[in-house]
Design a protein around this ligand. Structure first.
Ligand code: DLL
Length: 450
């Protein structure tokens, strides 16, 4: 930062000095205009070279007659076909890995639309880049050495646990890898270890605040909450801030783009900063594939610019948002509004992605099950609940009661194995569920996103 900048900011009123955030990597975070463009274009060219090591892209470029060397400038990206989640699924497990598999030092997965998950691989450099991006986010919201950070998300194949863990350690926080479950114990740890910052899904945070209130536990050490992995609203933010005495920040990411850390709110909380040196952003009309203008809502399409193991070109996230003009008081460039929905039918249940087609896949593979089902999503005590009504076939329905109970238990278990979430299954009489003349609407989401 220039010396003169410091003097200038000292005289600003309080509302504006909030923008004097700390930087983890100031030169990159404040990169703008031609300097940003130069680095983006250089990284784009390298990303194309890396992507051309993948059979899928070699074929796509050949089919569409595009020469990889012709992708030089930012605008050239529109010549490249989109990459979809289904392309990753069809290349299961390692079809999108651009390096020798021995150079992949970690694998995560995320839900696909059928039985198989989407695989994401990371080289050492990827993990370092990713931790650096998380460190930027945490520093941006004022966390630093001395803060105690409780990471209340799944530490398994989900990217939220390990992703945040290493970024938080990198910027010197004291990390408590408490993972999920046992809410009373989580609350005890926040109290006993004087935790200052928590990370979890917003719905879990609401549940935690209720249990803390019942337990009458003093959580006054808390000052910051980082919430993401599922959509949440301004009303929910207010409720969480009041209940937990924190400032709540929205965190966005997806496994295919490393995981969390793609976009994050700064202290202004007026849109999420998307790290433009690492992610090239487009917003498209999801039906036509045409570019939206700034300020127009559409599907977020991202070309990650620093990924080594699994480079992607024009990846369609399915998330709906829009670009926000520069001019944030924190002086970082590049913002998107909070995610307002999905352009496909993916549901996010307690932070876990669920596709109705996965449910269908499980149900229809059982001979006792008919071909009609309905999925209801509710929010009960701030936690998402999935109830699946399933028609069984006539022969089976008129059989023994204990056979029905057995089938119900088996379905709950198989759905749990496939979706990694608990569901309620209700077996219903053949012919009792709605039939559809047009497009079937098998999912009724009764949650209010506040
Ligand atoms: O949810 C990564 C993550 C972990 C983000 C922890 C934030 C915090 P996936 O499991 O691949 O990765 O799910 C990605 O979740 O495409 C969105 O639909 C949804 N999502 C993630 N963050 C938000 C958010 C992680 N802040 C999918 N608001 C994405 C709304 C979100 N939706």
């Amino acid at each position: 930062m220039l010396q003169s900048d410091k003097v200038f900011w000292l005289f600003l009123p309080n509302t504006m000095t909030r923008g004097m955030t700390q930087y983890w990597d100031e030169s990159m975070e404040r990169l703008n205009g031609p300097d940003l463009k130069e680095i983006q274009e250089k990284r784009l060219r390298n990303t194309v070279i890396q992507a051309m090591k993948i059979g899928y892209y070699q074929k796509k470029f050949k089919e569409s007659g595009i020469k990889p060397e012709s992708i030089k400038k930012i605008d050239d990206i529109t010549k490249v076909p989109f990459t979809m989640k289904k392309d990753l699924r069809e290349s299961y497990p390692f079809g999108f890995i651009a390096v020798p598999i021995s150079d992949v030092i970690r694998i995560h997965t995320t839900s696909g639309t059928t039985g198989k998950p989407t695989v994401v691989g990371y080289t050492k450099k990827d993990l370092d880049n990713w931790a650096g991006l998380i460190a930027r986010n945490l520093t941006m919201i004022g966390l630093k050495k001395g803060d105690v950070f409780q990471n209340m998300v799944n530490y398994g194949m989900f990217t939220g646990g390990l992703g945040f863990h290493y970024g938080a350690e990198l910027c010197g926080l004291t990390v408590i890898p408490s993972a999920t479950g046992n809410t009373k114990r989580q609350i005890e740890m926040i109290h006993d270890f004087s935790v200052t910052a928590i990370h979890c899904t917003p719905s879990y945070a609401l549940h935690l605040s209720e249990v803390a209130e019942e337990e009458k536990t003093d959580l006054s050490s808390l000052k910051t909450g980082i919430f993401g992995a599922e959509p949440w609203s301004e009303t929910m933010r207010k409720e969480l801030e009041d209940a937990l005495g924190i400032t709540a920040f929205d965190s966005y990411g997806l496994s295919e783009l490393y995981g969390p850390g793609v976009a994050f709110e700064c202290e202004e909380r007026d849109g999420l900063h998307i790290w433009h040196d690492s992610y090239l952003v487009e917003i498209i009309d999801s039906k036509t594939g045409e570019q939206c203008t700034d300020g127009e809502r559409g599907e977020l399409v991202v070309t990650p610019l620093v990924k080594e193991a699994m480079p992607l070109l024009r990846y369609r996230t399915g998330d709906v948002t829009m670009k926000i003009e520069d001019g944030c008081l924190c002086r970082r460039a590049g913002r998107i509004e909070r995610i307002t929905g999905r352009s496909d039918d993916m549901l996010v249940i307690r932070g876990i992605n669920v596709f109705p087609s996965q449910i269908e896949h499980v149900l229809l593979s059982r001979p006792e099950v008919g071909n009609q089902f309905m999925v209801y999503v509710d929010r009960i005590n701030h936690l998402d609940e999935l109830t699946i009504e399933v028609e069984v076939n006539r022969e089976f329905f008129s059989g023994e009661l204990h056979d029905l109970a057995n089938l119900q238990n088996k379905l709950v278990k198989t759905l749990h194995d496939a979706l990694e979430i608990r569901t309620k299954v209700k077996l219903v009489e053949p012919g009792s569920l709605p039939r559809f003349e047009g497009k079937a609407k098998r999912v009724i989401d009764r949650r209010e996103i506040y």
